[in-house]
Ligand binder design. Structure first.
Ligand code: SF4
Ligand code: SF4
Length: 179
């Protein structure tokens, strides 16, 4: 049993959007649908303005409102804390879509079920990293067990002072950002 999480170092992100494309291919998504979104934030004051790009996907919250509000139990956490959707139980009500403060949920218009990043659980079970981590050309992403103090992710979170997004919401997200 692990408690899987991710570190995204936005300072290393080269903004190639390769992670999103790799994720779309891995999950068979059409070009207009994506599990990884990019948000832009302006920092500094004119004329020294910077645009910072923030890649956001399901944060695999330890306290996920999407799971709490799912009326059928379709949304669940596996033994390693990865938040998943059982497509046989999902009725497409979209309660999870409105519950997710990270806008990570993506309704599949063909099947009617609601999908999202699954931390490439099948790859992880084979001992591999999620595809967005494995293909990141900037090495901006690290995946691993947050419960193992010797894992690369645990050490780098401390070293790079990475913090989760909107920790104030109490969702306990498991993606940590360097910004
Ligand atoms: S980020 Fe959204 S979809 Fe993912 S676990 Fe948290 S509340 Fe659920
Ligand atoms: S759309 Fe599916 S996963 Fe989302 S709350 Fe409804 S039943 Fe649960």
């Amino acid at each position: 049993m692990a408690r899987y999480g991710m570190l995204i170092d936005t300072k290393k992100c080269v903004e190639c959007f390769g992670c999103r494309v790799a994720c779309q291919m891995q999950n068979g998504l059409p070009p207009e649908e994506a599990f990884i979104h990019f948000y832009e934030k302006e920092t500094g004051t004119f004329p020294n303005v910077n645009i910072q790009i923030l890649p956001v996907q399901c944060q695999h919250c330890e306290n996920p409102p999407c799971m709490k509000n799912c009326p059928t139990g379709a949304t669940y956490k596996n033994k390693d804390g990865i938040v998943l959707v059982d497509e046989n139980k999902c009725i497409g009500c979209k309660y999870c879509v409105v519950s997710c403060p990270y806008q990570a949920r993506v309704p599949n218009h063909k099947t009617g079920v609601v999908e999202k990043c699954r931390f490439c659980v099948e790859e992880v079970e084979k001992g591999k990293a999620p595809i967005c981590v494995a293909t990141c050309v900037g090495n901006a992403r690290i995946f691993g067990d947050l419960d193992d103090p010797n894992s690369e992710i645990s050490r780098e979170i401390i070293k790079r002072k990475a913090i989760p997004l909107r920790a104030d919401l109490g969702t306990k997200p498991k993606i940590y950002y360097v910004r």
